[in-house]
Design a protein around this ligand. Structure first.
Ligand SMILES: [Zn+2]
Length: 476
């Protein structure tokens, strides 16, 4: 029998507010443990939560960008469970009346575009972070807890079970990350945990509708892990079913070093969180007009922008995808394109050397002025500098923000194409390389490139190669 995998994702996104959701403590990542804490985030008695307005705005923006129905009234609820990372022994979350219902994200899968529906989006608070330490052989194993993260605003996004492979789950998550970064509500860094994903996966015979018994895969913290873990789990379940076995509902995690899912616990009935409305917070009431005002603030979303750029500037789908990977990159390109009509050339420079050099220098595109790149391209197009010099100037421009035109003037980097300047160098190279000269005379074309290369080295790449070719041909 043939099976298909049915996958639903539960995604947690840390919102990038400056302070936590219910107190004024900083949300800065990487601070000394337990330094961004107050009695409120430590769960001490007598403290009261105060809702962070910005966290609500960000959550509504995200819900609107995801096409959800944002509710005018939502209710915070206590989710009770006992775990050391949760000092109050309950998490303030939302249960029966979440911030938003429904919604969808349109994904361009390789097989075609498809809408992946969402079930709900709600706001809650982060728990603290446990750090497991110690060595069970030499000394007792123990855990440390850092409450800096406790109370960071968290958005939970739950998809319908409408993804059918590890790859689809990865593509969905990548599109979601791009979207959330675009609208500026989260830095969505999986490596820092500000975007995390749990997945439910079950198998069913192809052509049937009923869902099989599912496994829950926890804490997938990279795109690769999402894809590999879900493909592995689909295969594992298929093998059990093929042998006539039965899937037992379980919770597991992905062991990246063993490339396998590991069962953490088998299901012991539904967890009972004894939800009840949070007595210390009133219901969250949003005026329709303020929801509409937030909608106005949404920028052009990445998928729309990708399609528009593709048409307007004649980009391939891949080029448009890289160009719109961040709002800043797309802005940079469009600003540059406004004053430089040769889009093709611009695209090649941006997608090739520019992105490479930015990565090398550890810089963001937002730190660079599009006008400087245009200045560089104009110098190159006018023949004032050659390609190696242009690349060198690009790197320098990214590092220091210096003007390419000024650098050319100050350092005498202009192209050398004058015969009177090049001729002595050509003669010198001919004298120093009699073998290559001989080979060229015998008809070996490659020898010419070798000789030209020698002059290029002497001029540190500034000589005009076409002029050199002519000179060598004349003199040999
Ligand atoms: Zn606090």
């Amino acid at each position: 029998m043939e099976y298909e995998a049915i996958i639903g994702l539960e995604i947690h996104v840390e919102l990038q507010t400056r302070s936590k959701i219910f107190c004024g403590c900083s949300t800065a990542f990487g601070a000394e443990p337990n330094t961004n804490c107050c009695p409120g985030c430590l769960g001490l008695p007598g403290t009261l939560p105060v809702l962070n307005r910005r966290a609500v705005e960000y959550a509504v923006l995200a819900a609107l960008a995801l096409n959800c129905q944002v509710q005018e009234k939502s209710v915070f609820a206590r989710k009770n469970y006992f775990y050391p990372d949760l000092p109050k022994a309950y998490q303030i979350s939302q249960d029966e009346q979440p911030l938003a219902w429904g919604g969808y994200l349109e994904i361009d899968f390789p097989e075609g575009s498809r809408r992946v529906n969402l079930e709900r989006v709600h706001l809650e608070e982060e728990a603290g972070k446990l750090i497991h330490a110690g060595d069970s052989i030499i000394s007792a194993a123990y855990s440390l807890v850092d409450y800096n993260r406790a109370g960071v605003p968290l958005l939970e996004i739950v998809t319908a079970p409408e993804l059918y492979s590890g790859r689809e789950a990865r593509l969905f998550l990548q599109e979601l990350r791009t979207l959330l970064r675009y609208i500026g509500v989260s830095d969505v860094k999986m490596e820092e945990g500000s975007l995390r994903c749990d997945a439910n996966i079950s198998l069913r015979p192809v052509g049937t509708k009923e869902l099989g018994t599912r496994a829950e895969v926890k804490n997938l913290n990279s795109f690769r892990a999402v894809e590999q873990a879900l493909n592995y789990e689909a295969e594992r379940q298929a093998m059990i079913l093929a042998r006539g076995g039965e899937i037992i509902q379980s919770t597991c995690h992905w062991d990246d070093s063993r490339k396998a899912t590991v069962v953490m616990r088998l299901k012991e009935g539904t967890a009972d969180y004894r939800y009840f409305p949070e007595p210390d917070l009133p219901p969250l009431i949003l005026e329709r007009s303020s929801i509409e005002a937030l909608k106005e603030r949404l920028p052009e979303l990445p998928r729309q922008r990708r399609r528009r750029l593709q048409e307007q500037y004649d980009l391939t789908a891949e080029e448009a995808a890289v160009m719109t990977d961040s709002c800043e990159m797309a802005d940079f390109f469009e600003k540059a394109a406004a004053s430089y009509p040769d889009y093709r050339n611009l695209v090649n420079w941006v997608l090739g050397d520019l992105i490479y050099q930015l990565r090398e220098a550890g810089k963001e595109v937002a730190q660079l002025s599009p006008a400087l790149l245009i200045e560089l391209l104009e110098l190159f197009d006018a023949g004032e500098i050659n390609r190696p010099v242009a690349k060198e100037l690009l790197a320098e421009m990214i590092r220091s923000g210096a003007s390419p035109r000024q650098m050319v003037r100050q350092r005498g980097l202009g192209k050398i194409s004058g015969r009177e300047e090049l001729a002595p160098l050509v003669e010198q190279v001919i004298a120093e390389n009699p073998d290559a000269v001989e080979n060229y005379r015998k008809g070996k074309k490659k020898a010419l490139a070798f000789l030209v290369g020698k002059v290029m080295a002497l001029t540190r790449g500034r000589a005009d190669p076409q002029e050199l070719n002519r000179l060598f041909e004349e003199k040999i």
